[in-house]
Design a protein around this ligand. Structure first.
Ligand SMILES: C[S@@+](CC[C@H](N)C(=O)[O-])C[C@H]1O[C@@H](n2cnc3c(N)ncnc32)[C@H](O)[C@@H]1O
Length: 264
């Protein structure tokens, strides 16, 4: 009898274990933690501009250590935050312990198992680039939004720096070498990151024009794309020179779209 042997781990397991290992230092990383002051205010403005002032029932996908959760809660929203890394979720839970407006669940963002039409908004930062099945995920997010609900995400094209990014990367490297800035605290996991990236649907680049048709197929309408310039400006205030330059390396964007009131 022939028994087909299959690997006992898959891409999603690799992604989960990578982020679990990074959970220990994630909040010390520039660009991941959201510093109080100008950077926090810039994030709050960016989210308020898209979601409005009314308190909403928000599902935050891939909440990580709960930094965007912090911004959403400060804006008065009620937040269900999910992540599939227990280690990440533990940090987020500790950060928001006792807040009655925050609920945390261990779940896969690509198949949330949340009820139909349950949320006013779905929000995520730095998740879409790492989706293994984006079309399936977008269908799930559409399903769990109320008619008229909003999908809002912040992401970037992490596969390749912009032209400006390529020009300034040697300066950033030099500044790191001479101690002009903090080292990236990913525990030297660059190779793991690259191996994961090479297997992802958006591993060779994440751009809004790749996303628009997939979002439309899932039933979303009125997609708009904005730059993250305001957030970059907030991040640069008080940052080291190296970190200031790092905000210029990748093309980052905000995308918002709507589940129509009268659905297909
Ligand atoms: C770059 S971190 C971003 C964390 C957080 N959104 C933030 O911006 O601070 C990526 C996060 O996505 C989570 N993640 C990746 N794929 C996921 C999935 N399919 N389901 C749930 N969480 C996922 C990881 O565990 C990790 O916490």
């Amino acid at each position: 009898m022939n028994i087909a042997l299959r690997p006992n781990h898959d891409l999603k397991e690799d992604i989960r274990s990578y982020w679990s290992d990074r959970s220990k230092t994630f909040d010390q990383d520039f660009g991941h933690r959201i510093a109080d002051g100008p950077e926090f205010r810039a994030w709050a403005t960016a989210i308020r501009d898209e979601l409005g002032d009314r308190p909403l029932k928000v599902l935050e996908l891939a909440c990580g250590t709960g930094e965007i959760t912090r911004v959403l809660l400060s804006l008065g929203h009620t937040v269900t935050a999910l992540d599939f890394s227990e280690a990440m979720l533990d940090v987020a839970k500790r950060k928001h312990a006792g807040n009655p407006n925050a609920r945390f669940i261990l779940a896969d963002a690509e198949n949330t198992m949340e009820p139909d039409a349950a949320y006013d908004a779905v929000v995520c930062r730095h998740l879409v680039w790492t989706l293994t099945e984006p079309s399936r995920a977008f269908q799930d997010w559409h399903r769990l939004l109320k008619p008229g609900g909003t999908l809002l995400f912040f992401d970037g094209d992490w596969a390749g720096p912009s032209l400006l990014g390529r020009c300034i990367t040697p300066i950033i490297t030099l500044l790191a070498r001479i101690g002009g800035g903090r080292k990236q605290l990913d525990g030297g996991m660059g190779e793991r990151h690259a191996a994961i990236m090479s297997q992802l649907p958006f591993g060779s680049g994440l751009r809004p024009d790749l996303l628009t048709p997939l979002l439309a197929d899932a039933g979303f309408r009125d997609a708009i794309v904005r730059s993250q310039r305001g957030i970059d400006v907030g991040q640069r205030k008080g940052a080291t020179l190296r970190d200031k330059l790092r905000t210029l390396v990748y093309r980052k964007f905000v995308m918002r779209c709507t589940k129509p009131v009268a659905d297909r």
